[in-house]
Design a binder for this molecule. Sequence first.
Ligand code: FES
Length: 653
Amino acid sequence: TTDPLVIFTPSGKRGRFPAGTPVLTAARQLGVDLDSVCGGRGICSKCQVTPSYGEFPKHGVTVEKDALNEFNAVEQRYDDKRGLKPGRRLGCQATVQGDIVIDVPAESQVHKQVVRKAATARAITMDPATRLFLVDVEEPDMHEPTGDFERLKTALKAQWNIEGLTAPLPVLSRLQPALRKGDWQVTVAVHHDHTGSAPRLIDVWPGYYEGGLYGLAIDLGSTTIAAHLCDLVTGEVKASSGIMNPQIRFGEDLMSRVSYVMMNPGGDVEMTGAVRDALNELAKSIAEEAEIDPRAVVEATFVCNPVMHHLLLGIDPVELGQAPFALATSSSVSLDAAELDLSALNAAARVYILPCIAGHVGADAAAVALSEEPQKSDDLMLVVDVGTNAEILLGNKDRVLACSSPTGPAFEGAQISSGQRAAPGAIERVEIDPATKEPRFRVIGSDLWSDEDGFDAATATTGITGICGSGIIEAVAEMRMAGLLDPSGLIGSAEQTGTPRCEPEGRTHSYLIFDGSADGGPRITVTQGDIRAIQLAKSALYAGARLLMDQMGVDTVDRVVLAGAFGAHISPKHAMVLGMIPDAPLDKVTSAGNAAGTGARIALCSLAARSEIETVVGNIHKVETAVEPKFQEHFVNANAIPHATDPFPELAQ
Ligand code: FES
């Protein structure tokens, strides 16, 4: 007689196994992705599968009712205590008795697909560096003296085929009490990445550890630091948060921070300390918000521009301030969180910093490439990540160019009279009626527009505090469309525009969006100075994009992706009215949210993605805006709204 046929779905993998083979064993032998933390001890329930019964003409089998064994004692105990969902079996306890079709549900796969929010974005396949394993360790024996760690190593090799484990000091000190408390059974978190270095013990818990493992994906910007706290098993984002980068007090943009170091010996040490303190504060608050023990946060990935990169690592950034803009290292960096003084995570947590493209084009640009994938596109894509330093990528599957452009912090709400970081209370959307010149707006933390019923109640908890980057972009574009601004960016007077909202301010005018002064709140206006700051920022952005188009030898692009860590999303229409981006059909302009942050998240969840971006970065050709004479010319012409010389045919329609 032939052995029973086992068919796994959705993979379609199949094979014959002797009656009595556990489903988990069959899955392993066939290379089916079925999870297990307890190694088949019936404790973790990660191995759950759903058997199907009946006729399967497609597979050529009929599955009888008794194709699997009845519940054994272990599975019965698990079902009594925790309850298995109807139809589910524990793959490690269910044994094959006859031909069978077995479905592996998504949650039982290690390499599960996590769907990203944006409609156009690909899914992330989970492939985390740190995973949990339950092990039984031999008790010590006076006559054969070996250390507890050495016996753990032997057990991991025998039970999980993990070889050459190393352990940093903080974990070693936890090992002995955990082993004894767990009666020689412990759960270990092991970090094993794509770099070929030995697996590391990250933490150890007595018995079966029921908690999760988490990681932080951090976009370290010049003005804003944004972080996602992610579940390393499901890929789910548990909390997101941001704070201002405290290095702002040493200089608003990158070059002023580099000059600060040049003028003040030890300035780099000060700035490194400031940003590391802020990262600890952010890590602490985000874990609190998600109600997660900081000890469960075992990894962090960083994306940042080269100056932030060096200052995070404690490397003097002075070489980045002068040609030829040499990086200390452009490769990805893997290190202990403790080496960066990140004490608000697990004591043995690991950090991965994405590779940099070049001296002015950092790991943040690499992260944008990982997230938006111009290198895989048939269309010619322009990807613009807007921040204090804009990262710009132009290309398709044949060739990708990259540059960064010093836009300054205006797009993040800094240098704007009523500006603020994108946080509850900030105005993020603005519309101005072209006939009445009256504004309506929406505030972060409320779903209602300012002229809708119930608006006050909805914002009562935070009040209205200022205007953020996406709000100021919309405000300036709306002012232009409502005729409050001329093409050179000058705000008209009340007489010229026909609205008292255009108030005199010194020798210029400003436009009043919201007046809360009667209730002790702020007066939020857009001043002439604000318009000038936005003009400078958008000209730099546009000039960078144009420069890449020159190098590529094109006048138009097929698609534009707008990304930025600030605000919810940048409105494509307003970005184009403002002339931030070159003319393109509006339906080909999409908004991607924080693409650099998403890239950090992908790298956090997937070792395959880390390998991929390390290869991709080597093929991206960088263009240096700082030494390119054409940049200045493009910059001057881009000052007008939308532009002095370049046509905007799509906008005219
Ligand atoms: Fe842990 Fe089956 S492998 S319960």
